[in-house]
Design a protein around this ligand. Structure first.
Ligand SMILES: [Zn+2]
Length: 392
């Protein structure tokens, strides 16, 4: 009902020159945001530890990010790492690029940091990381008119070092300068376990330079409209500050952002943990972000391909970590002939076998692979299912 009322009020907004109407096929995509993915990914992020510069935990988190994007069907050639100096250490931003159909050289950037300080940072900013994952997963197979860069920044907690480096050494060093339609930053959207979380703060640019402020206002109004059209959340309009969109703002780009309305008291402490936040709120944030990105990138309104691609047919690979024998459970797949591969984080196939007359559960001897994170990939004549597996 709220959406219907909002759709009606949108007609009023339209007459004022704002934005957009409800697109049923976008809602079909948004409906595929997965609450269990959000919970699983928040748990995995938390288990990776304190992601401070120079730590193994930060590097392991980068590997985990890469494996996740590869599992959605992005190829290794779409993943780029940009190293930068952060204090006495080297940190890396991860950028995943999807090329647009009509404006391949104009980018919609969705970003958030993956480094943490003092604590494991499940809210700040695991919540942003898992939100971007769901957007990336659902848009992977949908043509968009604009190109997209999904960016996981490091060095945010050290003073926006990663995003500053990206703007100066990538955005401005590209010839001609990288053309950015807008930057949508997502930071700390986990909510509070002890409160009702039904409102998201939408942030617009009110700072200097002021030449980009009007455009930020327009985009933020579109973000508000999308949030109300595609999620159950209410919106609160505020201003942008102190996160990775600011170096873009200083560079005169058009920015907008999401930040939790109920602010956590656990930020930058050892108790920034899943138990203190609200994963259902993150699930709703992911719906809003997916709807907004479909709108910002002018996604195709045909969703047939994404429905097929994003179904995993409840296929599972276990155990993980695995040592010698990995088991494949076909779930609801009825194919009895498939190929199975293990792919490393560089996209190289390091193991491959063909299974004919497959049983529901098939043991596969994969002994001899070196330790690390891989993708287990099952392919039939018309389906591809990939999941992260750790080999120990
Ligand atoms: Zn943060």
């Amino acid at each position: 009902m709220k959406n219907l009322l909002f759709a009606l009020s949108l007609l009023v907004l339209l007459s004022k020159g704002y934005g957009q109407t409800y697109v049923p096929s976008y809602a079909t995509v948004v409906d595929q945001v997965s609450e269990s993915n959000i919970l699983t990914n928040l748990t995995e992020f938390e288990n990776l530890g304190v992601k401070r510069r120079g730590t193994a935990a930060l590097q392991n988190t980068l590997d985990w990010l890469k494996a996740e994007y590869l599992s959605y069907g992005y190829t290794a050639s779409q993943l780029q790492e940009y190293s930068f100096t952060n204090g006495s250490t080297t940190c890396k931003n991860l950028v995943v690029t999807k090329v647009g159909t009509l404006y391949p050289n104009t980018y919609v950037i969705i970003c958030g940091h993956y480094d943490t300080i003092t604590g494991k940072g499940t809210n700040d900013n695991g919540s942003g990381v898992v939100t971007i994952f769901e957007v990336a997963r659902l848009l992977q197979n949908i043509p968009t008119e604009y190109s997209i860069k999904f960016i996981n920044f490091s060095g945010e907690e050290d003073g926006l070092v990663g995003s500053q480096n990206f703007v100066s050494t990538v955005v401005n060093a590209t010839n001609p300068k990288m053309d950015i339609k807008l930057v949508f930053n997502i930071d700390e959207v986990g909510g509070r376990a002890d409160m009702t979380n039904d409102t998201i703060t939408c942030e617009r640019d009110t700072g200097s330079p002021t030449t980009n402020n009007a455009a930020s206002n327009v985009i933020t109004n579109e973000l508000i409209a999308c949030t109300q059209l595609y999620s159950p959340l209410n919106t609160h309009l505020s201003y942008a500050y102190a996160s990775d969109y600011m170096p873009f703002e200083d560079n005169n780009e058009v920015i907008t952002g999401f930040f939790e309305k109920n602010q956590t008291p656990h930020r930058h402490t050892s108790t920034d943990l899943l138990v203190n936040m609200d994963p259902v709120y993150v699930y709703n944030i992911a719906k809003a972000a997916t709807g907004a990105m479909l709108h910002f990138t002018v996604a195709s309104t045909s969703t047939l391909a994404s429905n097929e691609f994003n179904n995993d047919y409840q296929v599972s690979f276990y155990p993980s970590p695995v040592k010698d024998v990995l088991h494949i459970n076909l779930g609801t797949l009825t194919d009895t002939r498939y190929s199975f591969s293990m792919v490393d984080l560089q996209g190289k196939v390091v193991f491959n076998t063909q299974v004919d007359n497959a049983n529901l559960i098939e043991p596969i001897a994969i002994g001899g692979l070196s330790k690390g994170m891989y993708l287990a990939v099952l392919e039939t004549s018309n389906k591809r299912i990939a999941k992260k597996i750790i080999v120990e």
